[in-house]
Design a protein around this ligand. Structure first.
Ligand SMILES: Cc1cc2nc3c(=O)[nH]c(=O)nc-3n(C[C@H](O)[C@H](O)[C@H](O)COP(=O)(O)OP(=O)(O)OC[C@H]3O[C@@H](n4cnc5c(N)ncnc54)[C@H](O)[C@@H]3O)c2cc1C
Length: 483
């Protein structure tokens, strides 16, 4: 098979026959170094890598893939890799969009999908214990069958895993009520870079020093492997209310959402689309023509839902929102997992991506306008739009989309990087944070030190202390001193 690799010259070569034999001793039927498997695991859902693949180029090749079934096997493999200084890259669903699983230095891809047991539902304590390789949709369906929900419903629900959510600090569509994945964590089990297994306790809180296991949340596989989690669950909601409003502009819509939050009301879903995205998604709603659509979902106890609904209607009406009924919300509910455009546009030469950032209310409108202008300022950009998807009393997450065709003499990657750079710069200059939930991966790595300031050196020291041989997902997030 003819192809080139973007990072490195193929696999590291560190996994020789001796290492393969040792890996097979640990997991007899869970190791592969077949070329077809290595190509499959060469990338995640990073949009630019889809384009590269069409050009006959893959991001980077791992040496082999392992599929552990137990925490003990994970620990044994990590110990072996640490002794031999072989990179290990945790892999969940491969739905990450930042290149987080790309094995830039080769090594062992550790696919967690066989670790997919739901071990216990504690109905009294409203907690569930699960292995982290479980697929998101299977997990939620399991809970629903037992009368519960996790409340974590990312758009990638069907193709992502619990471990990936925890490692990237993911945010689901219903997060305004249920919280982000880190808010749902009660306890974790993880294998660190030297094979040490750590556990925390299934208690609602403890004042026993820093919660070291929480370092794993958002670490994107650079500190260890999260193998099991105990999470909060909720009884499946008995009632749902669906509302939508069209606003004159995004400023009025944001003010309405801020007003709802300020009254301590947390709808499960709040989404505000700018004029372009309203036209794209809600062109059938006449009242929304030329306006900004807000969709709201409230769910839970019947009487609380009624109250939240009344307060939301009152607040949106005060901001001159025009009620559009439940039609737009039903449309959103039906189409929310549909991402077929991405696979349709890439083969036609269209370069696109989505970029989520966060802002405090004080700078929110300015940040939105600055980022839209920054995207439009890049030659070749044809689509630049945004919506707000996650809300807090303190601020908001904006989710921007750009698409376009590279001008002549510019490679797709150069064009892609130019738009990303423009967005990151505009975001930092508007006092925003460069990522709300997709994480760092490869795309954002060069912006992380500016985002974190003096905290970045602390992160580097933590990495060096926990993973002195730099085996865990090397080349990501921070680099070890000797890399
Ligand atoms: C169509 C689409 C929609 C999306 N929608 C959302 C959304 O609504 N909200 C959202 O937050 N994200 C979304 N994403 C991004 C992506 O789904 C999330 O980042 C998700 O958390 C990744 O999970 P995964 O299991 O696929 O992880 P992977 O892509 O396999 O891995 C992601 C990172 O986590 C590390 N990792 C994976 N498992 C473990 C583990 N057990 N221990 C330690 N490290 C681990 C990997 O090394 C890598 O660095 C979307 C992506 C797509 C393609």
């Amino acid at each position: 098979m003819a192809y080139s690799t973007r990072y490195g010259n193929g696999a590291s070569g560190a996994v020789n026959e001796r290492i393969m034999a040792q890996l097979k001793d640990i997991i007899p039927d869970g190791v592969s170094d077949k070329e077809s498997d290595r190509i499959v695991y060469s990338r995640d859902y990073w949009p630019i890598s889809l384009r590269w693949e069409l050009e006959g180029s893959i991001p980077a090749l791992p040496d082999c893939i392992v599929w552990p079934e137990t925490t003990a096997q994970v620990a044994e493999i990590i110990k072996l890799a640490n002794r031999e200084h072989i990179p290990v890259i945790p892999y969940g669903g491969g739905s990450g969009v930042m290149g987080g699983t790309v094995p830039v230095m080769g090594g062992i891809i550790m696919d967690m999908k066989r670790m997919d047991d739901v071990e216990d539902i504690d109905e009294k304590g409203l907690m569930v214990t699960a292995q982290t390789g479980i697929n998101g949709m299977n997990f939620e369906r399991y809970l629903n069958r037992h009368g519960y929900t996790l409340g974590h419903i990312p758009q990638s629900l069907y193709c992502s895993s619990l471990g990936g959510w925890l490692a990237c600090r993911a945010a689901g569509q219903f997060s305004t009520k249920y919280g982000k994945i880190e808010d749902m964590v009660v306890a974790l089990e993880a294998v660190l870079a030297d094979g040490t297994v750590i556990h925390s306790k299934a208690v609602p809180r403890s004042s026993t020093g820093p919660q070291v296991e929480r370092l794993l949340l958002g670490s994107e596989g650079t500190l260890g492997i999260i193998t099991e989690a105990i999470l909060k669950i909720w009884p499946y909601p008995e009632e749902r209310a669906l509302l939508s409003f069209a606003f004159e502009d995004i400023a009025h819509a944001l003010e309405a959402a801020r007003g709802i939050m300020r009254r301590n009301v947390y709808p499960a879903v709040v989404r505000i689309y700018d004029e372009n995205e309203t036209l794209r998604h809600f062109y059938e709603t006449e009242e929304a023509e030329g306006k900004c659509m807000m969709v709201l979902v409230m769910e839970g106890d019947r009487r609380l839902v009624e109250l939240e609904k009344n307060i939301s209607v009152e607040t949106c009406t005060a901001e001159q929102g025009i009620s559009c009924g439940d039609g737009p919300v039903l449309h959103w509910l039906e189409s929310r997992f549909n991402v077929k455009e991405s696979s349709e546009f890439v083969p036609r030469g269209f370069i696109f991506d989505t970029v989520e950032v966060s802002s405090g209310w004080k700078h929110a409108l300015h940040l939105y306008e600055t980022v839209i202008a920054a995207m439009r300022g890049v030659e070749g950009v044809a689509v630049a739009s945004g919506h707000a998807s996650h809300f807090y009393p303190q601020g908001v997450c904006f989710y921007f989309t750009f698409g376009g065709v590279p001008p002549k003499k510019k490679t797709p990657h150069a064009f892609y990087t130019e738009v990303w750079d423009a967005i990151m710069r505009a975001c930092l200059e508007s006092d925003g944070s460069i990522s709300h939930h997709h994480g760092i991966g490869i795309t954002r790595a060069k912006w992380l030190s500016e985002e974190m300031g003096a905290r970045f050196a602390v992160l580097e020291r933590i990495k060096a202390a926990i993973d002195p041989n730099g085996i865990m997902n090397p080349g990501k997030m921070v680099r070890n001193h000797d890399e």
